[in-house]
Design a protein around this ligand. Structure first.
Ligand code: SF4
Length: 407
């Protein structure tokens, strides 16, 4: 099965410099639908490099699992009461993230989905994703998920090398890692993907490519290929300061980053975001919402949302979240500074004029357009009929270029 993204515009465009990029998937503004993100904050073990809100609680279930799920429902009802117009939107993506949402019971996800369906109308092709950690992955679990309507699974593999997992402070279960590729290739859910990380000290580039090769040979439709980063406040960053661990291998990371687009294209993947590759039609519709500035409800401790032109963030504390000690605070979204941070991470083409005209005030519009035209003159992007696409030359400069266009 190959679903096509509702944002896809099949009209052929003339792209003179885009031989290496897909021409039939052009992202455009879509504002009437809604994504729902739910954060489940518990993990078997807190990984050393992780700066998400997550707590390591060992292999058993969380003590507060059912009260947490009740709190999710209360939060949805509250957000709707603050913004009743939310109900007019059709939900077309749901994403269970974390943390490790595969640690929570499938029954609770099922009930929560039923609740969401009672509150909102769902699109026929709604993408319902869950993040799964290797220790939870099994054919039975995938069957359970398929039965409750989950239709996309992403597994946080990071590396298949035990020494790499140990460097990252990740749990390692030999049996699960050995059977992982087979389990995913026999999944009853077609839309499967994995996260792989590169630049882990102690591993060579060839170790990363050997892992990648396994997933490419298996033909998994979605691959997120990230570099390890050092995030402030993590155990990894403290270990680097104390000279216990080495920093990420930045030179190796840059080499891999620029090699991947061509390699992945040979295997039939579209490079649609700086770190994300998908077989055509298998892009993450939910993550595309973040990159194309579409509204989403963020539910759960540590979750963020953007609804009806407002942003909010929940406390990074499961107890506090359940006690509802925080006021509902909303800040107006500021597209003039936010749009650039998301949209220009896309490496597939998008209708830049439409995005700019929809989201920005007149004075910000001209600044954006001038900067974009200067990029075209420098040979960093292609523009055609209101459509923008980065050239590969922009890749290593991306952070600086995004700063150039931000307010
Ligand atoms: S399993 Fe994922 S969310 Fe949990 S601590 Fe590790 S990286 Fe963070």
């Amino acid at each position: 099965m190959c679903e096509s993204h509702p944002n896809q515009n099949k009209t052929k465009q003339s792209f003179h410099h885009m031989k290496e990029f897909s021409k039939d998937s052009i992202w455009q503004v879509r504002n009437s639908t809604l994504g729902v993100y739910v954060h489940f904050p518990y993990c078997l073990k807190k990984c050393d490099y992780c700066d998400f809100y997550s707590e390591g609680i060992g292999s058993g279930p969380a003590n507060d699992e059912s009260t947490l799920f009740s709190a999710y429902q209360s939060e949805v009802s509250e957000r709707i009461s603050h913004f009743p117009k939310l109900r007019e939107r059709t939900v077309d993506t749901v994403f269970f993230g974390g943390g490790t949402p595969s640690k929570a019971s499938t029954k609770l996800w099922k009930q929560f989905l039923e609740f969401l369906r009672s509150e909102f109308s769902f699109a026929d092709d709604t993408e319902i994703s869950i993040e799964v950690n290797p220790e939870d992955l099994s054919p039975d679990l995938l069957d359970e998920y398929a039965k409750i309507g989950i239709n996309r699974v992403n597994v946080g593999v990071q590396t298949l090398h035990p020494e790499g997992l140990s460097f990252l402070g990740r749990h390692y279960d030999k049996g699960k890692y050995t059977s992982l590729v087979t389990t995913l290739t026999h999944s009853p859910i077609q839309r499967v993907g994995i996260d792989l990380m590169y630049g882990i000290p102690g591993l060579k580039s060839s170790d990363f490519y050997r892992d990648l090769d396994q997933f490419l040979s298996a033909g998994l439709p979605h691959l997120s290929l990230y570099s390890l980063t050092l995030e402030k406040g993590t155990k990894y960053s403290r270990d680097v300061s104390d000279s216990i661990k080495r920093e990420p291998e930045e030179i190796t990371q840059a080499e891999i980053l620029v090699t991947l687009p061509e390699l992945m294209e040979k295997f039939g993947y579209r490079w649609y975001e700086v770190s994300n590759y998908a077989k055509p039609g298998y892009e993450s519709k939910h993550n595309l919402k973040y990159w194309t500035y579409e509204p989403y409800l963020g539910i759960g401790p540590g979750a963020h949302g953007m609804i009806e032109g407002h942003r909010y963030g929940n406390p990074r504390n499961a107890n506090l979240y359940q006690k509802k000690q925080t006021e509902a605070k909303y800040e107006p979204a500021t597209p003039s500074s936010e749009l650039s941070l998301t949209l220009f991470r896309l490496f597939s083409p998008f209708r830049y004029l439409e995005f700019i005209e929809t989201h920005l005030e007149k004075n910000s519009q001209s600044k954006y357009i001038q900067t974009i035209q200067s990029w075209e003159k420098r040979g960093l992007c292609d523009l055609s009929d209101g459509v923008f696409q980065w050239r590969k030359e922009a890749l290593l400069l991306l952070d600086d270029l995004i700063l150039e266009i931000s307010d």
